[in-house]
Design a protein around this ligand. Structure first.
Ligand code: PXG
Length: 455
């Protein structure tokens, strides 16, 4: 596809027939979609041949970078051998079983089992059902309520959108469903006031305790949170937050669910985000980096505590997807994990490129419109501010973010803006000079914001 006439045809067809997720479709149809044609390493090319540095790894997922022929070959081999069979009714397949072994090996602790899904959203629905079955089976049928957080993201299915704390999602479809409520997020820059980050972290963790008291411990099944909120703006909690949350869940006998869909598979410089923060969840949904997005696959890591009940007492969990443990998706994931292991990518994020990336981004803190930079491993949020000294935000935060994002895009850099936070989450293979390129283009975008948008 090279001729421009073909491209405009494709745009017209897209506008006529394709409904896009999370997009203003009317505006999109007027402007036309960008057609992405190719990827290699951290770069993508659109159909007109324009090259972009993708600082977002697709949608937080292409951990090993684009263009890995090894994965394509593993997929092709598996396609030829066994393109599909189910894992219901007493069967399994080699890639799915070996994948379960490999993932749980990296999770460590007591996370020794995995239930496969096709996406993070399905993983959310899976643990949501599982925690209720768990408590009912143990003789606590009233323990059904799940506490989540405002501005969290757990997917787009009914349970996922309900557990997520995104108002615009709730408004479309009378959500959340019953039995779910939300507490605040540990977003110090916005809500911390005069408290130190650690004081604020404790305060936010204790909102969980207060909500459990309100509802009654006998009615609460679980608490769910992302180790670092991704879609919500890369909100990195203060150090005091997670140990206190873990303590509260233990003391109140509430299952702790760490949503590892973004933080898993090396993003934070450990195999999983909870390892970075030093706590152990009872359940952990995974997806994205599991296959680096090459094929759709997700799952839920299940601790011994929960698995024992599911296996010994429940026996038959009436839940599953046609493609749970799909052999081709599992083969892609296995090869992806082999690459991560053999190239030492997790270690590289922890000790080499992660610290370099964090230091490079932190250098932007001298910029007039940057309030603060949060970076852990290869995930970062750059907080825009109209007045650094008082932590004042732009009058129209969304416009501020979009101004920087669009400027970056015009200059060949894909970043994401959530409100007035600029987000980066590049492939784990990014080089130092590619990081430098991100900083250079982003700095130009920040200059553009300073010079064009009134504060
Ligand atoms: N949990 C988390 C933490 C996620 O980030 C999901 C669950 C759902 O996964 P699936 O595979 O069903 O999409 C996600 C997905 C964004 C954006 O704009 C983020 C996600 C999805 C779509 C958009 O940042 N994360």
């Amino acid at each position: 596809m090279t001729a421009l006439t073909t491209l405009s045809n494709l745009s017209a067809i897209d506008a006529a027939h394709h409904l896009h997720p999370f997009s203003d479709m009317k505006q999109l149809n007027e402007k036309g979609t960008r057609i992405i044609a190719r990827g290699e390493g951290v770069h993508i090319w659109d159909a007109q041949g324009k090259k972009y540095l993708d600082a977002f790894a697709g949608l937080w997922c292409v951990n090993v970078g684009y263009g890995r022929r090894e994965i394509a070959e593993a997929v092709s081999r598996q396609m030829n051998e066994l393109p599909y069979y189910n894992t219901f009714f007493g069967t399994t397949n080699e890639p799915a079983t070996l994948l379960a072994q490999k993932i749980t090996g990296h999770a460590g602790g007591s996370l020794n089992h995995v239930f496969f899904t096709n996406s993070g959203s399905e993983a959310t629905d899976t643990w949501f059902r599982m925690v209720r079955v768990y408590w009912k089976t143990l003789g606590h049928p009233t323990k059904t309520h799940v506490i989540a957080r405002r501005n969290g993201y757990h997917g787009s299915t009914v349970a996922g959108a309900s557990l997520g704390g995104m108002k615009p999602m709730h408004e479309q479809g009378n959500l959340p469903i019953e039995g779910i409520s939300h507490i605040g997020q540990p977003y110090w820059y916005a809500d911390g006031g005069d408290l130190t980050p650690d004081e604020f972290g404790l305060k936010m963790a204790r909102e969980l305790e207060a909500r459990i008291d309100e509802l009654g411990e006998e009615n609460v099944a679980a608490f769910v949170a992302e180790p670092i909120q991704g879609a919500g703006g890369v909100i990195v909690p203060p150090d005091s937050y997670w140990p206190e949350v873990a303590r509260i869940c233990k003391a109140r006998n509430i299952l702790l669910v760490a949503d590892e869909v973004i933080c898993g598979f090396g993003r934070l410089g450990r195999w999983f985000g909870h390892q970075h923060f030093g706590f152990e969840p009872d359940l952990a949904p995974i997806a994205k980096g599991l296959s680096s997005g090459y094929l759709p696959i997700g799952g839920v890591l299940v601790s011994d505590r929960v698995a024992r009940v599911m296996i010994e007492e429940v026996g038959d969990f009436n839940h599953g997807f046609t493609y749970s443990g799909h052999p081709v998706c599992a083969a892609a994931a296995l090869e992806n994990l082999r690459i991560i292991e053999e190239e030492g990518l997790v270690e590289r994020v922890a000790t080499d490129i992660g610290p370099y990336f964090a230091a490079a981004l932190k250098s932007l803190e001298d910029h007039e419109v940057v309030g603060a930079v949060d970076a852990v491993g290869l995930i970062a949020g750059v907080q825009l501010a109209s007045d650094k000294a008082t932590r004042r935000r732009f009058e129209k935060p969304d416009d501020a973010g979009m101004t920087v994002r669009n400027h970056c895009l015009e200059n060949g850099l894909v970043m994401r803006a959530t409100g007035d936070r600029m987000l980066a989450s590049p492939a784990l293979v990014i080089t130092r000079s590619e990081v430098d390129q991100i900083i250079e283009t982003l700095r130009a975008g920040l200059d553009h914001l300073r010079d064009t948008v009134s504060r």
